[in-house]
Design a protein around this ligand. Sequence first.
Ligand SMILES: Cc1cc2nc3c(=O)[nH]c(=O)nc-3n(C[C@H](O)[C@H](O)[C@H](O)COP(=O)(O)O)c2cc1C
Length: 509
Amino acid sequence: MANRYIEAARVYHEVTKHSYTSVRSSPHYLDWDIRPAAYKIYPDAGALALPRELELSAIPTLEAIGANPALSTDAAVGIEALTRILFCTGGLTRSKRVGGEDYHFRAAASAGALYPVEMYVASGEVEGLEPALYHFSPADLKLRGLRRGDWRAMLARATAGRPSIARARAIVIFTSIFWRSAWKYRARAYRYCFWDVGTMLANLLVAACAEGIGLEIFTAFVDSELDALLGLDPDREGCAALVALGASADAPGVSPAHDAFPFEAIPLSAREVTYEALVKFNRETRLESEAEVAAIADATLDAAVLRTTSSGLLKFDPIMPENALGLGETILRRGSTRRFARAAIRAEELQAIAESARMNWRADFAPIIDVYLIVNAVDRMTPGAYFFDREARAFELIRAGEFRGEAGYLCLEQPLGMDCSALIVYMADLERALAASGNRGYRNAHLEAGILGGRAYLAAYALGRGATGLTFYDDDTSRFLTPHAAGKSPILMVAVGVPHATIAEEALR
Ligand SMILES: Cc1cc2nc3c(=O)[nH]c(=O)nc-3n(C[C@H](O)[C@H](O)[C@H](O)COP(=O)(O)O)c2cc1C
């Protein structure tokens, strides 16, 4: 069982760490001649145009973040609702022409705007959509038909009989194409591929909530079954998550037998570079049997070691959801802040942003991420390093001090960390994740951090503030947050704050 060989995760993590020296000693130049295409195109698959007259939901974003609709058989899923969900998750929201080239931006943030994630839909009971397996194409807002029939029973088998997959009205499947991200980030890209699935899941959670549709996220499945169904080359594209959308009253019929995948996708670039550490580790994360899937899905985490300091817990009344933007507006406005003004946000705003980390969704993995912050400028909060307790929804000051310099340094010397109001640092005790779920636990920690980061983005934009994901110096970040974070590794950072005024004005022009 490759997944249980957890030394593979330790080695992958170690060799893909960033440090002051590693970044300087192995410079990487982007080869623009082999820049991967951002879209997967099946030229021979039949296209189905999705409705374009989309009125996005005006539900308060913070309310959608805080809610979790039941998986009720009463909530139907129609083609319009599905389209809004797909658009809010991975749709094309903006484009920009730079140096004669068009750059497309999507609803969710993606490291380096490389968009490694593809979405597929297995529909079963969606009004206005024939049961089939489709590929979602964000560029033209179309579904491409890949295989006719109802695939839910087959997907339920691949997840060791999870009832919410069998009874879903539709299943959204997320895959990552490693090369898209590895072109820039090399072997470390495997981490980014799961962050990016996470930011998309953050959007999907709120978009489905806006439709009153319950969902459940699954990350444990027999990989070879998904590869065969979707025609994936497992060393190049891996399934990362399945999302059961809605609940149907009836059990699905028998899925068709699937033969060879019927379509060829256009190559992403003339040549691809293989990063051995990435490919090797990806193989070690695979689940090979239903028994292995069931064991992972039932795994529980060892209790966390709790460290408390003498300072008390700090809690503010968060901004009320109705005082922040609606969901559609938030998603259309979201775009990473490229420069922060060195200005303060209010403690109530940071409380609302931090509370978005509350785990209120259904998933087959337990929460492993701990939330830390470096507060640079937040009214009513002493500058310093904090731990945010996700359950108690309260901050704990772990080290008072003016740490703008350190925050800027830790996120790879990017001024964004120095100028933001608060730098959120998502940390995990990876050994706990590995002990429970094997190498799959390593992937899930990144996926969960991506979800939390994506939710922090949404909360910040709903409040009229800005946010940006950030990468980091691994060991220096752990050292900075020790002793409280002893044994934990940084998994992702998100800076939140006040966008620089001139930059915001330029964007409006
Ligand atoms: C996981 C993650 C890591 C990121 N890391 C950085 C970073 O280190 N520096 C940076 O300037 N932007 C970073 N970003 C922001 C992306 O560059 C941005 O999302 C992408 O260009 C798409 O643009 P948009 O967010 O404005 O739609 C990151 C985003 C994500 C989701």
